[in-house]
Design a protein around this ligand. Structure first.
Ligand code: AMP
Length: 280
């Protein structure tokens, strides 16, 4: 596996691969890789001749009181995983390279970033779209894989790519869960045993809503109330949001209509977790 620590080296390699007629498939991550990330890498193999992984904890997508300083770092294990999955190249940029002195260009997808996570993390998606656009310019992928766990991120990136005519196919990949249903996340590492049990209630409440909707319930207020009741637990410090939205626009639904997304964010102890269920 090639390891690139400069933008120039990464770009040169990608250009050569493209000249050789290879399709590049790309998986951007913040590291601390788990089975969710690994499944994106496996998916990437289906969409390209060569796979590029990036590991970069992007400061621009963290708010002032968020976990940037404590974000888990497991670089050696990450590189072992990447080698075992035959990733062709891993890109490891630093903050100085991505945001050099004088940096002042940001990308903002305006509407669909206001609801859900955007409401409590106002700068977050601007940071995400900016770094993803930069990574696309550096890696020059033909396709890029993003998890549906961060559904708002996935649709926001799809919108950016469409709006800015970027020649990249964006592929969504379903949420990978632990055996007990908790969505895999690098942040699960922060949870105490008790909090880990509380974390199950996110997926459990989504499943409960799914059953209600399968049984014919269409009253959104009723569905959201039941989900809220299910999620209540002493270890859950705060439910940030529970929303049923149009899965394409992310606008709140007034009446249930597919494709819909039931999305949840909750703070468990000090850890903010998100989860969702897609009604296709
Ligand atoms: P992160 O390192 O958290 O920025 O995530 C990198 C990519 O992995 C994003 O596209 C995430 O949506 C995706 N991802 C993270 N956790 C999961 C999961 N449990 N299932 C599927 N994709 C995931």
């Amino acid at each position: 596996m090639k390891l690139f620590k400069t933008i120039d080296a990464m770009q040169k390699w990608s250009l050569q691969e493209k000249r050789d007629g290879k399709r590049i498939s790309f998986v951007p991550t913040m590291g601390a890789l788990h089975e969710g990330h690994l499944s994106l890498i496996r998916e990437a193999k289906k969409h390209g001749d060569v796979v590029v992984l990036s590991i970069y904890v992007n400061p621009a997508q963290f708010g002032p009181n968020e976990d940037l300083q404590n974000y888990p770092k497991t670089l050696d294990a990450d590189l072992d995983h990447a080698k075992k999955l035959f990733v062709d190249a891993t890109f490891l940029p630093t903050d100085d390279m991505i945001y050099p002195d004088g940096y002042q260009t940001y990308i903002n997808v305006e509407n669909m970033t206001k609801n859900l996570c955007g409401a409590s993390r106002p700068e977050h998606f601007r940071g995400v779209t900016t770094v993803v656009a930069k990574l696309f310019n550096i890696v020059m992928p033909d396709s890029a894989i993003f998890g549906e766990k961060d559904f708002q991120q996935l649709v926001t990136i799809k919108r950016m790519v469409k709006d800015l005519n970027m020649p990249v196919e964006i592929i969504g990949h379903p949420i990978v869960r632990e055996p007990d249903g908790v969505a895999m996340s690098s942040r699960n590492k922060y949870l105490s045993d008790e909090e880990r049990v509380a974390a199950r209630s996110l997926n459990q409440s989504l499943e409960f809503a799914n059953e209600m909707i399968d049984a014919g319930e269409t009253d959104i207020k009723k569905i959201l109330l039941k989900v809220k009741e299910r999620i209540k637990s002493e270890s859950i410090s705060k439910v940030d949001y529970i929303n049923l939205v149009n899965a394409n626009t992310l606008e709140d639904l007034k009446e249930f209509r597919r494709p819909a997304l039931l999305a949840i964010a909750a703070v468990i102890g000090k850890t903010r977790l998100i989860d969702n269920h897609l009604f296709e």
